[in-house]
Design a protein around this ligand. Structure first.
Ligand code: NAP
Length: 514
């Protein structure tokens, strides 16, 4: 694989962007952490890149009392600290005039009357057509109240093709098991048509995640070998270096399986395993992913012992800081059985993937923050360069790095220069930043733009959310039946518990060191 020596000209959004109409973005949870660190900086970056429509407004909602100016100051600080591109005073001077704030409880009908009045006032003043996007950046316990409040105030039009449009973005977690996910889907589905609902999994907005489809379907060399005949196994790792930090109350209720596997890792698995979609139409792509979820072998009852490992971090060094064991973290129940690490051996039971394990692994307080998909090909026959069983040749591995250093590498075996017939594995490596010369847009930038354009390809459809919860809930039920009072532990700053090593070593394989 060769890469151009000179970086390509920097284009912020490489794919063609459908026309984006002027719109009003109302963020429930506008005073919260996600809005400040990710959402509003994303809107700001779209503006800097010339991708926002000329006319737009952002209305933040929250319980904290704030004036528009106080909200603008909060946003400015967030952009200053978290924006991909630096705060430019001249752009800020224009941007801030498009930001507004409303104080209100999600459960109070008055909030929606105020929102409607404010939206109409702003839209009149800014000559906006009344296209509205509602972002639920709030705890899921408020989703139902917001949907009902929007409907009662006449803020939501349920006709999918209505003009002006109304759309809703649902942040994760969409539930904590199959039943609660179905409930959330019911309440949003009562008010909005499925085509108006954008369930966000920000992993699907990441550059390398999008590149998975391009690698597979824009290159002729991969498809013929992308199956059980040539692939030995797949490892998908999403590792976090930090401990639970200040998010203990959320994490205690979630755990690694719900927080990461149900959404990010299963979505990655779908992109690796899906059949080639016949077009890029959002529903065609989502149908192909859905087929993978349907083929996942359920892990039920006692199978959890063989196919899953869960654990908690013990005292150690994480993210260069000493951390106490998980059960000693502030806000964590000292008898907690919430897992901070999970490894799963999954199988996609179809013709293409028959017998190929997909090893999924995620955890907190691991040695580094990194995510990758590694496709390991089968060993070569034990002849020629692989004739000596005591020194087996390492297998070929295609690795897609999602973060950090987004890119792709292929491990091949090469001859060591010299007179002896010696071989050595080498990496052919490609990094986005080397070739394209500019940092990729943040996932939230791309995803917000998709919602404005009405393109749902990179969002989770209801059936996919429920299918992945169905699979995950069976594992949760199996765990509940185990009635464990203590989970295995791993020292913070290491790659997980010995039980996870044993699970993969039992199959004659090893986890990758990232
Ligand atoms: N932070 C992340 O990186 C991240 C990533 C993925 C998903 N999420 C999810 O996104 C949601 C928001 O996360 P966050 O980190 O921004 O949480 P946060 O900092 O706690 O903010 C929550 C926001 O919701 C508002 N809120 C909560 N209950 C409300 C109510 N009853 N009525 C009106 N407003 C209410 C809060 O208003 P006040 O603060 O004014 O009271 C605040 O603006 C959560 O569900 C979280 O799980 C967060």
């Amino acid at each position: 694989m060769s890469s151009p020596t000179t970086p390509l000209a920097c284009k912020p959004v490489p794919e063609s962007v459908p026309p984006v109409e002027p719109c009003t973005l109302a963020i429930f949870g506008g005073s919260g952490d996600l809005a400040r660190r990710r959402l509003i900086p994303a809107v700001y970056n779209l503006l800097l890149d010339g991708l926002l429509p000329a006319k737009y407004a952002v209305i933040g909602l929250g319980r904290k009392p704030m004036t528009d100016d106080e909200f603008r100051n909060l946003v400015k600080e967030g952009i200053g600290k978290h924006s991909r591109q630096a705060l430019a005073e001249d752009t800020w001077a224009t941007f801030k005039n498009h930001l507004f704030y409303i104080q209100g409880e999600n459960e109070d009908a008055q909030t929606y009357a105020t929102l409607r009045a404010k939206a109409e006032e702003v839209e009149r003043a800014m000559q906006l057509p009344g296209n509205r996007i509602f972002y639920l950046s709030i705890p899921p316990s408020s989703f139902a109240s917001v949907c009902e409040g929007l409907a009662q105030a006449g803020l939501a039009t349920s006709a999918p093709t209505a003009s002006p449009y109304s759309r809703i973005i649902v942040e994760k977690p969409v539930g904590r098991d199959l039943g609660s996910a179905q409930q959330i889907n019911e309440v949003t589905g009562k008010v909005f048509d499925e085509s108006q609902i954008f369930r966000i999994d920000h992993y699907l907005g990441k550059e390398t995640v999008q590149n998975l489809m391009v690698v597979r379907f824009a290159n002729s060399i991969f498809e013929p070998i992308w199956n059980h005949k040539y692939i030995d196994h797949v490892q998908i790792t999403v590792s976090e270096s930090e401990g639970v930090g200040t998010r203990a109350s959320y994490y205690e209720e979630a755990g690694a399986l719900r927080d990461m596997i149900q959404n990010h890792l299963l979505q990655l698995l779908c992109l690796v395993a899906m059949e080639p979609p016949y077009s890029l139409d959002p529903n065609v792509v989502r149908n192909a992913k859905m087929e993978v979820l349907r083929c996942l072998r359920p892990i039920v009852g006692k199978d959890v012992e063989q196919y899953t490992v869960r654990a908690q971090y013990a005292e150690g060094i994480a993210h260069n800081q000493p951390v106490p064991g998980y059960r000693r973290e502030k806000g964590v129940n000292p008898n907690s059985t919430t897992e901070t690490f999970v490894a799963v051996k999954a199988f996609v039971e179809n013709w293409r993937w028959s017998g190929v394990p997909f090893y999924l692994r995620t955890g907190k307080a691991l040695p580094k923050r990194a995510s990758e998909v590694a496709v390991q090909f089968k060993d070569i026959p034990q002849i020629l360069f692989n004739a000596n069983p005591s020194t087996p040749q390492p297998a070929n591995v295609l690795t897609l790095r999602i973060q950090p250093d987004e890119g792709l590498s292929l491990r091949i075996i090469s001859r060591v220069p010299g007179t002896r017939a010696q071989t050595h594995p080498v990496e052919m490596d490609f990094q986005y930043s080397d070739v394209f010369g500019c940092p990729s847009p943040e996932a939230y930038e791309r995803l917000l733009l998709d919602v404005m354009a009405g393109d749902a390809s990179r969002f989770m459809r209801r059936d996919a959310v429920e299918a992945s919860w169905d699979w995950v809930t069976k594992i949760l039920d199996g765990w509940a039946q185990q009635k464990l009072r203590w989970l295995p532990e791993y020292q913070a700053g290491t790659w997980g518990p010995v039980e996870a090593e044993r699970m993969i070593e039992h199959d004659g394989r090893t986890w990758r060191i990232l």
